[in-house]
Ligand binder design. Sequence first.
Ligand code: BG6
Length: 464
Amino acid sequence: MHEYIIVVYGASGDLAGRKLLPALYHLVAKHRIERYIIVGAAYEATTADRVMDRLDTFLHDVDKEKFAQFRKNFYYHKLDFTSYDDYVALKHQVNELRVTYGFKAPRILIYLAAASDFFCQITEFTARAQLAERSNVADGAWARLIYEKPFGSNLASAQKINACIARHFDESQIYRIDHYLTKELVSNIALVRFANVVFEPLWNGRYIDNVQITLLENDTIGSRGPYYDAYGAMSDVVQNHMLELLAIIAMETPERLTGDYIRDRRAQVLDHVKVEDVFLGQYEGYQQELNVRADSTTETFAALILRINNSRWQGVPFYLKTGKALTKKETKIHVVFKPVTCLTETCPAQANVLTIEISPEAGFSLQLNAKRPGQRNELMPVTMDYCHSCIFGKQEVQAYETLLEGVMNGEQSVSVRFDEIEAAWRIIDAIHKSELAVHIYKKGTAGPEELADFNKKHAIRWLS
Ligand code: BG6
């Protein structure tokens, strides 16, 4: 049975409470981790109990006994990311716990659920205080570090952070996270595409008219003002989740569907992305959110037209749309096929569409044209559905569970390689340079009214 020491920097924060600690609980409850100690470290003067109490809101179907056990193995250590002495004290605590638990060759997992401005400092002090020191490597002990997204705030800062990390740890120990990569339906995209002969031959500009990737949210930025105002939609979700979705959809066939084979292919796509046009928006009242600048022009809405400069995707626009405070929470990809030559009196009103729904339901559907009952050759759209969550159940925290398990198993494809991150920042940096107008929209709507002009100019028909 493997032993784990898990250190979570930023344990009292939003991400740890909403996603990371619940995912760890579920892994424990499913017996994927049995011998473990979790030490949360953050600046807040709080206690292990209070951090655990907060999980109540985010944990469902809790087994009381298992959760009591999970609580018992969770410790909290107040730590200032910039104070080396705090890391030394943390190391002492970890050492003591290790003795108490009788761990011989623990695997060490360090999770940086912190702003990327601190990545270099945390990495350096973690290394110096020997918190990620591997013991008894022969017994399968390892130390791995997980870095939350966004990795940096532009290309230059990402490169600086990466160089800093590389001074202390080997690339094989580093996992740069994008939790979208481990959402069930996202990992399904490549499988569906490459395992079904009906899709792959059509997966190019000859048969595909356009691809739409939409990540819509009804929530506002909530209490994340300082972070969000510095990043905006473009760096918060386009640079990572949405461009990774695009890379998976558009990549060439990898030799195998694992590790660097996939990462090579994703990076190639991102290297060939060209920005055609961008439209930005901000929801009304955003400037009054807590810790947001009163004259902020940070975008909470973005629509983009991208092209991929290679022979497969000649002539195919990729439309991306995202926003906060919209009508619904939903992430979908629509692959819209070209219309067929019309042989009937009434031609199909709609082309075939493959829709991959990532959330709230996981599944995919294929829209076809079929005959309307009756004498005439009239067509109507029909949909073939595969509802993944109807069969396998809802998967609230599963992306983080899969991600943690992937890292524990050394599966590199659950994380983003640095060349992918660099390519994605190049795209975003270029957009930021153009200082676009930001259009205001009302909360709870589909976005700024001016989007209609943008759609008209580019003949875009959004399917969601
Ligand atoms: C995070 C962003 O990475 O992804 C958030 O920082 C966003 O702003 C979230 O809300 C969306 O993820 P999910 O899994 O809820 O769709």
